[in-house]
Design a protein around this ligand. Structure first.
Ligand SMILES: [Zn+2]
Length: 143
């Protein structure tokens, strides 16, 4: 049984469609303790058996913020400032998570548990994400 959740940034430029096998009550909501996520009070979910489709309506208003190792695109809307998803791509393979805060059904999800991911190198990050994150596609919509 698949569950579908729609979300977007505040102005609607970045949309996310998250398909998952996991009900909201069973979702493991993660509050990453890195300095970036703390500033956004980010609450992330993912499902390796699910699917994330990210849609960008105006690509000039998409910020692919990067820091530290520089291997992850933190997708932020430049117009309204909302952080929607962390997206990691290698070749044709891409994985992402989704911020509970942007989902229409955000109220259905439980409180987050803190996670500490400091000290991973690039390969360790990729391997963890390939295992735990959600296969993702990033689509630029026709203008
Ligand atoms: Zn926006």
């Amino acid at each position: 049984m698949m569950h579908h959740f729609h979300g977007s940034c505040h102005c609607g430029n970045l949309e996310v469609d998250y398909t998952t096998t996991i009900t909201p009550e069973k979702a493991m909501v993660r509050a990453c303790q890195c300095s970036f996520c703390r500033k956004h009070d980010a609450r992330a979910i993912s499902d390796p058996n699910g699917m994330i489709e990210l849609t960008v309506h105006n690509p000039s208003l998409l910020e692919r913020y990067r820091f530290e190792l520089g291997v992850t695109d933190y997708l932020i809307c430049r117009k309204c400032g909302v952080y929607v998803s962390a997206y990691s791509q290698r070749g044709t393979e891409a994985y992402a998570n989704v911020m509970v805060n942007v989902l229409d059904a955000r109220e259905q999800f439980p409180d987050p548990s803190p996670v500490h991911l400091d000290g991973e190198d690039e390969l360790e990050k990729w391997q963890r994400r390939a295992k735990n994150w959600t296969p993702a596609t990033l689509r630029i919509a026709d203008q």
